[in-house]
Design a protein around this ligand. Structure first.
Ligand SMILES: Cc1ncc(COP(=O)(O)O)c(C=O)c1O
Ligand SMILES: N[C@@H](CCOP(=O)(O)O)C(=O)O
Length: 362
C-alpha cells in the first residue's frame, strides 16, 4: 500500500504568491521554507486555561523564521539582476541569507558584531559561502554599515528594512490562521529588530480584510531587559543580553512595530535573561521543543504576565518560537548548569548491567 499525498509543500512564495507583493514573474528561490508545525503546549495550556500553540519556526530550513523573508528577498534580488547581497546580523539573518544566496548563485556578504554571534549560526554562514566581516560595534552599527554599502556599491540589502522580507515573513500569520481556522486571540513573540512582529501584523490584517479571518489577535512583543527600546521608548546605545539574537538597541521597524501594538491593543514588555533561559529549559523539558534563547522570550513573557495576575483563560494563544536550540548550545548548557543542574557524563563499560546500575534500574 502506498500513501498518496495530494500536495508537496512548495515554499512560501508558491503557496501564497497571489497574496504577496513581489514583482510578477519572480522565480522563487526556495528551500521549501514555511509549513512549520503548530505544536500544542499542554504545559502552557494547563497553566493558562487557554489553548496555547507554539509556532515552531526553528523547523525552517536554516533553523529560523528568517527563511520566510529570505526566500522573498533573494528571489527578488535575483529577479532584479543583483550579483551580491549584504546583511547586518545577530546570526540568523546571515545564516539564512547565505543559504539562499548559495541556492541563487549570489555572493553573500555579512556584517556581524565581533564576538557576539552563536557558533552554530556563524558555521552556517561560513559553510554556505558568506564572506563574514566582524565589526567592532553592535548590530545597530552593522546595519548602518550594510545600508551604506548598499547605497554606494552594487550589493542588495536583504535585512528587514527591505519590505520584501516582510512580505515573506507575513506568511507565518497566514499559516496560523489556516491551521486554527481563524486568528488566535493573542499572539506573543520575541522582538529585536522588530521586522517579524510587523510582518505578522501585516499578515493578520490582510487575512482579516480578505475575510479569511474574523478577527485579528492582540500582539504582545517581548524584548530582553538589556535591549528593550520598544518598552522604554528610547534607543539602547549599548544593548546587552545573552539572547544574542535580540541584542538590538534601535530596531529598524520601530514605527511599524508600534503600529502593530497600537492597532491590535497589544503591548511590549521586557523579560530578564534569567527568565528567558528558564523558559528555554522549561520548553525543552516539558514540551520537547528546543529553541535558542531569544526564541523563548515570548514564553518567558507569558509566564511573567501570569505571575503578574494576567488572565488568558478561555482564549486561543499563538506563541512564535523563532529559532532552533541547536544554533546556540553553549548558552543553553551554561544556563542549565547555572540553574543548579549538574551536567555529568556517566561513563561505564559496554555492559548492560553496568548501564542499568548507573541508571538506577538495577
Ligand atoms: C531567533 C530570533 N528571535 C527573534 C528575533 C527578533 O526578530 P525581529 O528582529 O524580527 O524582531 C530574531 C532577530 O532579531 C532572532 O534571530
Ligand atoms: N536577529 C536578526 C537581526 C536582523 O534582523 P533582520 O530581520 O532585520 O534581518 C538576525 O538574525 O540577524
Amino acid at each position: 500500500m502506498s500513501i498518496q499525498r495530494t500536495h508537496q509543500w512548495r515554499g512560501v512564495i508558491e503557496e501564497y504568491r497571489p497574496l504577496l507583493q513581489i514583482p510578477e514573474g519572480t522565480v522563487a528561490i526556495t528551500l521549501r521554507e514555511g509549513g512549520t508545525p503548530m505544536v500544542h503546549s499542554e504545559w502552557l495550556s494547563g497553566l493558562t486555561g487557554a489553548e496555547v500553540w507554539l509556532k515552531v519556526e526553528g523547523d525552517n530550513p536554516t533553523g529560523s523564521f528568517k527563511d520566510r523573508g529570505m526566500t522573498a528577498a533573494i528571489s527578488v534580488a535575483k529577479h532584479d539582476g543583483a550579483q551580491a547581497v549584504v546583511c547586518a546580523s545577530t546570526g540568523n539573518t546571515s545564516a539564512s541569507m547565505a543559504a539562499y544566496a548559495a541556492k541563487a548563485g549570489l555572493k553573500p556578504l555579512v556584517l556581524v558584531p565581533e564576538g557576539k554571534i552563536a557558533a552554530g549560526k556563524m558555521a552556517q554562514a561560513i559553510l554556505h559561502g558568506a564572506q563574514v566581516i566582524m565589526v567592532r560595534g553592535n548590530f545597530d552599527d552593522c546595519l548602518a554599515m550594510a545600508k551604506g554599502l548598499s547605497w554606494d556599491y552594487p550589493v542588495a540589502l536583504v535585512n528587514s528594512v527591505n519590505p520584501v522580507r516582510l512580505e515573506g515573513q507575513k506568511t507565518a500569520a497566514f499559516e496560523i490562521v489556516d491551521f486554527l481556522g481563524d486568528a488566535p486571540d493573542y499572539h506573543l513573540l520575541p522582538v529585536g529588530n522588530a521586522g517579524n512582529i510587523s510582518a505578522y501584523w501585516l499578515g493578520y490584517t490582510q487575512y482579516a480584510d480578505a475575510g479569511a479571518a474574523t478577527k485579528t489577535p492582540v500582539m504582545r512583543g517581548f524584548q530582553a531587559a538589556g535591549a528593550a527600546p520598544l518598552v522604554t521608548g528610547a534607543p539602547f546605545p549599548d544593548p546587552e543580553t545573552r539572547a544574542t539574537a535580540i541584542r538590538i538597541g534601535n530596531p529598524a521597524s520601530w514605527k511599524l512595530a508600534e503600529a502593530a501594538r497600537d492597532e491590535s491593543g497589544g503591548s511590549f514588555a521586557a523579560v530578564t535573561d534569567d527568565q528567558i533561559l528558564a523558559a528555554q529549559r522549561e520548553l525543552a523539558a516539558r514540551d520537547g521543543v528546543f529553541v535558542e534563547p531569544a526564541s523563548a522570550a515570548g514564553v518567558a513573557g507569558l509566564l511573567q504576565e501570569l505571575a503578574g495576575g494576567a488572565s488568558y483563560r478561555g482564549s486561543t494563544v499563538a506563541i512564535t518560537v523563532t529559532g532552533h536550540g541547536l544554533k546556540d548550545t553553549a548558552t543553553a548548557l551554561e544556563g542549565f548548569a547555572e540553574s543548579g543542574h549538574s551536567i555529568v557524563d556517566t561513563v561505564v563499560d559496554a555492559d548492560v548491567t553496568a548501564a542499568a546500575e548507573a541508571a538506577g534500574l538495577a
